[in-house]
Design a protein around this ligand. Sequence first.
Ligand code: NAD
Length: 503
Amino acid sequence: METVQNYIAGEIVSSHSERFAPVYNPATGEQIKQVVLSSEQEANEAIEVAKQAFSSWSKTSPLKRARVMFKFKSLLEANTDKLARLISTEHGKIYSDAVGEVTRGLEVVEFACGIPHLQKGEHSANVGTGVDSHSLMQPVGVCVGITPFNFPAMVPMWMFPIALATGNTFILKPSEKDPSTALLLAELLKEAGLPDGVFNVINGDKTVVDTLLTSPNVDAVSFVGSTPIAEYIYTTASAHGKRCQALGGAKNHCILMPDTDLDMAVNAIVGAAFGAAGERCMALSVAVAVGDEIADQLIEQLKTKVAAMRVGPGLVDGQENDMGPVISAEHRQKICDYISTGESQGAKIVIDGRDFSVAGNETGFFVGPTLIDNVTPTMTIYQEEIFGPVLAVVRVSDYDTALKLINQHEFGNGTAIFTRDGETARQFGEDVQAGMVGINVPIPVPMAFHSFGGWKRSVFGPLNVHGNDGVRFYTKMKTVTSRWPTSVRLEQHSSAFTMPTME
Ligand code: NAD
């Protein structure tokens, strides 16, 4: 069986570890590979390689670094099909969705191509008489990315294109559930001309992560994953003196106002709730209907839409499915247990995705699209992130109650409102406690030149990923104030014992 190894110093390196994790094809339920769970020593070797590579890469001109990104972008385009097939095979999402994921990652590479401009710093002449000031945005050092299973290409590309373009070296620790994409990205970076050692991939679990978090030779940590792990990563990395951005889980609500264009909203909600089998941090998992009339119409239209959905393998010949399997048998069980808990706590299961099987793929990890009505804020299925194809409908009587629900929830990643009323929409944008807001847009994922990140317990750390925040995260600001000896005014060069002011 193929073993997914590490990528250190520009080549695939076989690990000495005797610990492995299985990699499945979720559409069939078969184990197709195993991935090495590296040792502490191997993680330290990767750190050492990245540290060595930093001294020359950080001094490479921004233009040269940008040219590597330009080539990498072309290679991503040429290899999109290969990447998407790999993602679909190990993750389970449908092929076109995997292509979309690669595209969203590629857009960050396009943003990183502009690094000579983005990393320019500032200059002020004559901040005092004969005194100038300029700022340098210098790379931080060895940066680490620890990423989740649900976007094996896009989430790493939220991080490393900007980290590399700004002059850092990088160690990626991908999810052990779908690790192969990271190695293909590493090979494409090498083909693009990235020097050996600048980008490394180390596979593993907590042992590797803890080594990366505590090593004195790691300078910055980017994390995306579930909230308990994000909090652990943030507190541990911070306690060890590293800058850290850690993005966590979500429970994304949308509000349906009584004046909603329901056809538009229902089409949007079906895709946002059940696309990628709900395994997106921006998936819509709660629809808050304002008034029973819109709630009843929503449920009726959703029933029709869901009945028409094609659920099956992500990679098929001929007509593509709409939704694939979830990542693992354990996760399928967890999702089904949540549905059962919702039922026992009094919610109404309108469409039940438990005991769902796909003809010809009976052993695949499939959960059917599930619609649950009459969900209330005290229920477990409302409070916790399910991360599966489960949409909860909560009925409220007015907008203020709907807004309060969102603002009181533990998570604050994305949210949306469906309405025709500009005043309500504008007020919602102002008042809602979430990091990414859609107005009649169900998955408001910011473009690469804006920054992505939630609020509340969906994020730990002040800086979001990509966009200007990404550049700030991967650079240290230094401000240089300079005065040069001049042939005139030499008499002013006397000692001063007061706080310097520039007047
Ligand atoms: P996860 O937290 O289980 O794993 C994420 C990473 O952390 C993996 O690389 C994993 O190996 C590592 N990890 C897991 N347990 C660890 C531990 N105890 N110590 C150290 N490292 C550990 O997340 P997942 O299941 O892979 O991904 C799904 C989660 O990611 C969901 O909660 C989803 O909302 C979240 N997510 C959030 C965003 C966002 O932008 N906020 C984006 C994508 C996914």
